[in-house]
Design a protein around this ligand. Structure first.
Ligand SMILES: [Zn+2]
Ligand SMILES: [Zn+2]
Length: 116
C-alpha cells in the first residue's frame, strides 16, 4: 500500500517544517508524503527518490511509488517470462531407432528359433 500523498494547502503546518531529505522548504501546492514512522513531511519526489525517510535515525521506508509518477522498469523481467517448450520426458525414454533395433533383434531371434 502506497503512502498517501498530500497536496499542501495554504497555511499548512507542513510549510514551516521543511523536507529533511533536500533541506528545502515545503510550499503551498506541493505534493508531499508523510513518513510512515515519524510523520515528518517530505516532498513526494524526495520520499520516493530516497526510498524512505530523510531524517537521520528514522527507518521509515517508502513502499510503492504512486501511479501518477509511473513505475520505471515495470517491463523489466517480461522477457524472462517466455514460455519454454515443454520437453516430455516420456518421449525420450525409448527412441525410435532403439525400438526398431529391439524389434529387429526379436525378429532375428525368432527367425533362428523357428528354423531349428
Ligand atoms: Zn525535499
Ligand atoms: Zn521518518
Amino acid at each position: 500500500m502506497a503512502e498517501p500523498s498530500i497536496v499542501v494547502p495554504a497555511h499548512s503546518e507542513y510549510i514551516a517544517q521543511g523536507c529533511p531529505t533536500c533541506h528545502r522548504g515545503i510550499e503551498e501546492g506541493q505534493t508531499i508524503v508523510l513518513c510512515t514512522r515519524c510523520r515528518v513531511p517530505h516532498h513526494e519526489n524526495c520520499w520516493y527518490d530516497k526510498g524512505g525517510c530523510g531524517r537521520v535515525g528514522c527507518r521509515g521506508v517508502a513502499t510503492a511509488r504512486g501511479d501518477k509518477l509511473g513505475v520505471p522498469g515495470s517491463k523489466a523481467g517480461e522477457a524472462l517470462e517466455e514460455i519454454k517448450p515443454v520437453h516430455d520426458p516420456r518421449s525420450s525414454q525409448l527412441p525410435i531407432p532403439l525400438v526398431l533395433a529391439i524389434g529387429a533383434i526379436v525378429l532375428i531371434v525368432a527367425y533362428y528359433l523357428f528354423m531349428r
